[in-house]
Design a protein around this ligand. Structure first.
Ligand code: GGG
Length: 352
């Protein structure tokens, strides 16, 4: 039976990296006899400029029909970032209960970390970001707009079920990898939500006695990710901390251009969404320069999620090879290759 994939190319380099990934997925499907069908949704900041909304009123109902969603990037100058994000990406994550955001990263052979001493293999970790609550909250407001005493209040929301399920997911993932979990916190300064987060982590740790774990204050953790990244394997973090940390870990690996993410509803009641960590990069949009690896690696995660581990492993092998080869490294990785060069190499690898 065909997997129906909803595709949202979005803004900036989004359409380029998504088109590249679809070409690569077509090759994977041919080689592994997969039936992948696509429904494209042209929802973006252009849609917002034309209609006043990022997606149509029935957009979420239409996405509910799909087995998975592949998204490129969201955001374009002229539309405030909070409008584009809260009009498309965040409603999808929330409506489909995609409470896990897995963001793996590794320093592969051929990549150069900005850290002098770091060698391929020294960094290989997953940030597990809580994806539907925490600091990203609609609760709050503005008062006294335009007056000297103008103010803004934003409430962070941490629920027991919300923290429990993300922490349990992270313990499970840690068990399937090296058996070590780090929890990012800030319970010395944030006096209500973070001690609560730590409390739940301690409680859940008792249910996962085979996994070693640590709590790290987010400021110290940021420093340690730079100074001794080899030490970490799975890091669980709140929505905001996970967002920041995953950009940092990708930068330590050498480029945010390769970083993938999976927004997962582990219950599988709703479609999960796969997207690169990077944004729309207006500065290089439309020039064929974008690194498609972040989206291709996200597609690897999608194939795994859809139950095709061999196809996923084959494509991931292609990603490793393309990073190893200086002729298929894009500018963000210090090379001169364009998007099409990477696609060509990946397709050739798959058909070899
Ligand atoms: N690739 C999707 C995208 O454009 N992400 C940019 C972004 O700002 N994301 C914020 C978030 O992940 O919460």
């Amino acid at each position: 039976m065909a997997h129906q994939i909803g595709v949202i190319p979005g803004d900036g380099i989004g359409p380029e990296v998504v088109a590249a990934t679809r070409t690569v997925l077509d090759a994977v499907a041919g080689v592994h006899a997969l039936d992948l069908a696509y429904v494209e949704h042209d929802w973006s900041c252009r849609t917002y400029a034309e209609t006043g909304t990022m997606m149509p009123d029935d957009g979420l109902d239409r996405l509910a029909e799909h087995d998975a969603i592949l998204l490129g990037a969201v955001g374009w100058p002229g539309v405030p970032d909070h409008v584009s994000l809260w009009g498309l990406l965040i409603p999808i994550r929330r409506h489909f209960r995609q409470y896990v955001n897995e963001r793996p990263i590794a320093l592969f052979e051929g990549m150069e970390s900005p850290l002098r001493r770091l060698r391929p293999g020294d960094l290989d970790l997953v940030v597990v970001r809580e994806n539907v609550e925490g600091e990203y909250s609609e609760i709050g407001g503005r008062l006294n707009r335009g007056f000297p005493d103008e103010m803004a209040v934003q409430e962070a929301v941490f629920t027991r079920p919300g923290v429990t399920r993300i922490v349990d997911h992270a313990f499970g993932l840690a068990r399937s990898r090296s058996g070590y979990l780090t929890s990012a916190t800030k319970s010395n300064g944030i006096v209500h939500t973070m001690p609560f987060w730590d409390e739940v982590v301690r409680e859940r740790a008792a249910e996962h006695p085979d996994v070693r774990w640590d709590l790290e204050l987010i400021d110290a953790l940021a420093a340690k990710v730079v100074l001794e990244p080899e030490r970490f394997d799975v890091i669980v973090a709140s929505n905001l901390f996970g967002d920041i940390l995953s950009d940092l870990t990708a930068a330590v690996a050498g480029s945010i251009g390769i970083a993938p993410s999976a927004n997962l509803d582990p219950t599988r009641e709703h479609p999960s969404m796969f997207e690169p960590v990077h944004g729309s990069a207006p500065d290089i949009a439309g020039q064929g320069l974008a690194n498609p690896i972040g989206t291709v690696w996200s597609a690897v995660m999608m194939l795994d999620h859809l139950g095709h581990p061999e196809a996923a492993a084959h494509l991931m092998d292609g990603v490793r090879r393309s990073l190893r080869d200086p002729t298929t490294r894009t500018r963000d990785l210090g090379g001169t290759a364009g998007t099409a060069d990477v696609v060509e190499a990946l397709v050739a690898h798959l058909r070899r």
